[in-house]
Design a protein around this ligand. Structure first.
Ligand SMILES: Cc1cc2nc3c(=O)[nH]c(=O)nc-3n(C[C@H](O)[C@H](O)[C@H](O)COP(=O)(O)O)c2cc1C
Length: 381
């Protein structure tokens, strides 16, 4: 496994910080890996309340890269845990940064719900464009504010999901699509609903999935992050969960194991790819987010916009599923990256999020580490 049993030490701003909990296959057990979806509302301290909601944010491969240094009930510093990166599929931490943007938007919404205005000082010590380093992602401050209003989308936080299932043929209405893309007016968005456009984008998504699956280092990155069966999920409530009543058994009898999943000739591998492609092929519509440049600030803005779209879709009873393969930056995917920019009218800018939209059976929430596992404490080297 990529994750190893170790405490994580880092130097940030001259202070040694020790991560209170670690993430490892044999490490701490979380018997109810979905508890954070129920416990967020029980937090009484305003900062903890906002953070406990923020960690329900969508994020690539469910890596949950956030780490928080709690300074007071109204002040904290958000860091990115560098051990949660995705070097093969996200070599420049672009997607990881988008996930942190989703986190910050939920943080802001949860704070407003409690009557606090969230002040976010992004990258207060600067940032690196190639890799996120040890510097803070944001300084977070909460200010009581009589004028602040709760965001209507906040009501959807617990119902929001990433839905990887097969969607029905029913198309969203134009009105619904407009409501979703207009959930954030500060960013350029687009959508495809007409049959020829949707067909072209489906074909591109299917091909991009094939490339990711058949490129050993990108596919293996996902295999390493698969949590097979309830026991593995309880040990590491992150990554890509393979669950369901049969999964533990299939694992035990050797049909679905990390080894079979890694073998391109196995039925487990073939079914995984087919399932992903079938889902992509059932897309009723697509929505996307474009930024003028690819700076860290724009990636954060894209994440803030994406979670708003995801919540707006939830409000309308629609399911969403990002299909990020074609947007990834590695040589085997370069042609797809150019094509997806062309098909979404974003050539010369940066396409940050590309998701399918439609109607599907609802899913259970994805596992999460609790807030306590994401708090860092000042320590001594
Ligand atoms: C930047 C970004 C990229 C993502 N790309 C994909 C993707 O390509 N395929 C996928 O199945 N999910 C993708 N997701 C969704 C995450 O896997 C999902 O948010 C995570 O597993 C947690 O699940 P939840 O959203 O249901 O809480 C992406 C999410 C983000 C924020």
């Amino acid at each position: 496994m990529q994750t190893s049993r170790r405490n994580f030490m880092r130097i940030a701003g001259g202070t040694a910080i020790l991560l209170a909990a670690n993430s490892c296959t044999s490490g701490p057990n979380y018997p109810d890996p979905r508890l954070p979806w129920h416990s967020a509302e029980t937090e009484t301290d305003p900062m903890r309340f906002a953070l406990a909601h923020a960690l329900l944010a969508p994020n690539p491969h469910n890596r949950q890269p956030w780490m928080v240094d709690l300074l007071s009930p109204t002040e904290a510093i958000l860091y990115c845990d560098p051990t949660k990166d995705l070097p093969a599929t996200d070599p420049f931490d672009r997607q990881i940064t988008i996930g942190l943007g989703c986190f910050l938007e939920l943080f802001t919404m949860a704070a407003a719900n409690q009557g606090y205005r969230a002040e976010l000082d992004l990258f207060p010590e600067g940032s690196d464009q190639v890799t996120l380093d040890n510097r803070p992602i944001a300084k977070l401050q909460l200010h009581l504010d009589d004028t602040i209003q709760s965001d209507p989308l906040f009501a959807q936080v617990f119902a929001r999901r990433t839905n990887r299932g097969v969607f029905t043929e029913q198309k969203p209405t134009l009105e619904d699509l407009n409501q979703i893309v207009e959930s954030n007016n500060n960013i350029r968005t687009g959508y495809a609903i007409s049959e020829p456009e949707v067909a072209a984008l489906r074909a591109l998504a299917v091909e991009a999935a094939r490339i990711e699956f058949e490129t050993p280092h990108t596919y293996m990155e996902s295999v390493h992050l698969m949590r097979i069966g309830n026991q593995e999920i309880a040990a590491n409530p992150d990554g890509l969960s393979l669950e369901g009543p049969a999964m533990g058994l299939l694992n035990k009898i050797g049909i679905v194991t990390r080894e079979t999943l890694a073998d391109p000739t196995s039925s487990a591998f073939k079914q995984g790819l087919q399932q992903y492609q079938k889902a992509a092929n059932s897309s009723a519509a697509f929505v996307w987010i474009i930024t003028p440049d690819n700076s860290r600030e724009q990636q954060i803005a894209a994440g803030r916009a994406y979670i708003r779209q995801n919540l707006a879709a939830t409000e309308l009873g629609l399911s969403m599923h990002p299909l990020s393969q074609a947007l990834q930056e590695y040589p085997e995917m370069a042609e797809m990256l150019t094509q997806v920019h062309g098909l979404t009218g974003s050539t010369g800018q940066r396409l940050q999020m590309f998701a399918r939209l439609g109607y599907a059976k609802s899913k259970q929430p994805a596992p999460r580490y609790p807030l306590s596992a994401k708090i860092i404490t000042h320590g001594k080297t």
